[in-house]
Design a binder for this molecule. Sequence first.
Ligand code: C5P
Length: 243
Amino acid sequence: MSRRRQIYEGKAKILYEGPEPGTLIQYFKDDATAFNAEKKGTINGKGVINNRISEYVFTRLGNIGIPTHFIRRLNMREQLIRQVEIIPLEVVVRNVAAGSICKRLGLEEGEPLPHSLIEYYYKDDALGDPLVAEEHIACFNWASQDEMQDMAAMAIRINDFIAGMFAAVDIRLVDFKLEFGRLWDGDYSRVILADEISPDGCRLWDMNSGEKLDKDRFRRDLGGEEEAYQEVARRLGVLQNDD
Ligand code: C5P
């Protein structure tokens, strides 16, 4: 079989040229990184599970009218996606204090926030993805005002929907990261959800025990990351071996 042309290789995924113009193939690796790639490792089977979980979440979001890059899953590790121009921002939604906000503001991990928060980080590995204000985004023209409004509105809807989706399987959605892209049609573009939604980019805690079911197991050397990812997939009902 001939190899497809590689377009981009990230820390956890590879993008290949797709079968038709305007499409790409997103391949999910088992590689895991943390702390801006200072810590590297693998989580066996992670790519297969994240492909399934992200397919499931993006499909459900598509069903409620959130436009996404997802077209269809191709096999265990690959999905067909629409080619977009990635907006250089990581959009983080937080419901409960954890991770960097605890360090930055001296909050206790697990403190519920008075209301959900949206934060923006500038995607730049060399700078370690710094937190930025909307003023920076406008000043440096990383996204337009319209695009910011669209991203914020989608982030709130996505949070409401997937927090409920996870709560239904006894998982608390603490926080998560989204990426958006511009889908071009001639001279015009619209913003759609891109990248992935999986335990790599979410904090997911068991509702009863508080057990962490996400990449913090890897970040903090807690062990059991494979089992944690599998548990999320199992609860969502997406772990079938039909290919
Ligand atoms: O580290 P921090 O607390 O800012 O992370 C917030 C959320 O965004 C976490 O769920 C984390 O997994 C996710 N994130 C990510 N990629 C990054 C930074 C954060 O997926 N580069």
